[in-house]
Design a protein around this ligand. Structure first.
Ligand code: NAG
Ligand code: NAG
Length: 377
């Protein structure tokens, strides 16, 4: 209720200030900041290359670097407009000397020791992967802002302003079953009673660190959730070429025990094999919700970093069966050259942009866990 009043406040303020004045509104600034914060790849506002990321539309929108609002410019297009500093990440204490050269050949070079490894600049795969494009406002509607005549407004509201160049989202086939639309979107996960099953990938292309960070992410994301038999219950399925259930919903009533168990599981997994997500989705549908409470949402949260050409085309069909069973799919996608965003968009619940996040790497997913609570419910 307070949230609604707050929003009404913002919107009426914007309207009374007249069109175009949104840039001077501190609430607009905060909402962009929050949206970008929640968007993986934007780090935590340190303008450090490696965490520094441009919105895709920075390439095409003219006049952005000369815009007088340098604060927003440096948030939206820090690389293009020269606001990034090449530093090692704070989590190494800014001191990578003991880790070089070993770390520089691996996936962590960019996110941890960009300066010491001389890999400043956007990672290669970032250049070739197009993530879906969304409006980056939280709790505001771009349609209320009249943003499209301003370069910052265009970048923040790129979908609204029609400058997205992203994947086309295929139209959904007519659903065989009618389910109530899910109320738990990715922004609201953890807010309502639910059975939530995470699918953790540990394939050959994942490092031990990656798996550690998956577990750490899950432990952190549930930290502020009400875990109890009558609120949120958590299940965990681990998959690569095979799939197995590690935790069944309801196995743990106590959050600390649950987190400890997740830690033990991730510490014992050894990445290998080829990820077969379709198989994992099928398994989850058939096994993970046995004993689920009938009156709460059932949510499947696959963490996906590898989609092999050999089996990725089975994913949409396996996902459709889950959704036809009135379960929700919220995807956590960790970029890699094999990720196929058309398949991602066919897999997750709809509308697509409310049911997945895209992360640049596992480290970013882990550091992004903190955005899943406090602001959202
Ligand atoms: C970085 O670490 C090395 C070796 O652990 C140490 O000799 C050096 O003083 C450290 N540098 C800084 C700036 O802390
Ligand atoms: C998933 O299950 C469906 C039907 O139950 C089946 O047709 C499909 O082949 C299965 N996919 C995989 C990868 O096992």
């Amino acid at each position: 209720m307070v949230g609604i009043l707050f929003l009404v406040g913002i919107i009426s303020q914007i309207c009374s200030n007249g069109l175009g004045s949104f840039l001077s509104d501190p609430n607009f600034r905060n909402t962009v900041r929050r949206a970008l914060d929640a968007q993986p790849g934007s780090g935590d506002w340190s303008q450090t290359v490696g965490q520094c990321r441009d919105q895709d539309q920075c390439e095409t929108v003219e006049g952005i670097c000369g815009h007088e609002d340098t604060e927003l410019v440096s948030l939206l297009c820090p690389i293009k407009c020269g606001h990034c500093v090449c530093e090692d990440s704070l989590s190494t204490g800014g001191n990578c000397s003991s880790l070089v050269p070993d770390i520089c050949s691996g996936e962590l070079a960019q996110s941890l020791c960009a300066k010491s490894c001389h890999v400043c600049g956007a990672p290669e795969e970032e250049m070739t992967t197009t993530a879906p494009c969304m409006d980056n406002v939280v709790g505001l509607e771009c349609a209320d802002l009249d943003p499209c005549s301003d370069p910052i407004g265009m970048i923040v509201c790129s979908r609204h302003c029609g400058i997205c160049q992203d994947i086309t989202i295929p139209t959904s086939p007519v659903p065989a079953v009618t389910c109530a639309p899910p109320w738990t979107t990715i922004d609201k996960i953890g807010c309502y009673p639910a059975e939530i099953v995470f699918l953790m990938e540990y394939a050959r292309s994942d490092s031990l660190y990656d798996v550690y960070w998956e577990g750490s992410f899950i432990r952190e994301i549930i930290e502020e959730w009400p875990i109890s038999p009558d609120y949120i219950r958590i299940g965990l399925v681990v998959y690569h070429d095979t799939v197995e259930e590690s935790i069944h919903i309801g196995d743990f009533d106590n959050k600390a025990d649950l987190q400890r168990r997740i830690y033990e599981i991730t510490s014992s997994l050894r990445p290998s094999g080829r990820a077969n997500l379709a198989n994992a989705l099928n398994f989850t549908r058939q096994n993970s919700f046995v004993g689920a409470r009938p009156d709460v949402e059932r949510i499947v949260v696959p963490i996906v970093h590898e989609m092999h050409a050999e089996n990725k085309n089975d994913i949409p069909a396996a996902a459709v069966e889950i959704k036809d069973d009135c379960m929700t799919i919220i995807g956590l996608i960790v970029n890699s050259p094999s990720i196929d965003y058309t398949i991602v968009s066919q897999m997750v619940s709809r509308p697509v942009d409310q049911f997945f996040y895209n992360y640049r790497n596992f480290f970013e997913m882990e550091t992004g866990a903190k955005y899943f609570y406090s602001l959202r419910c």
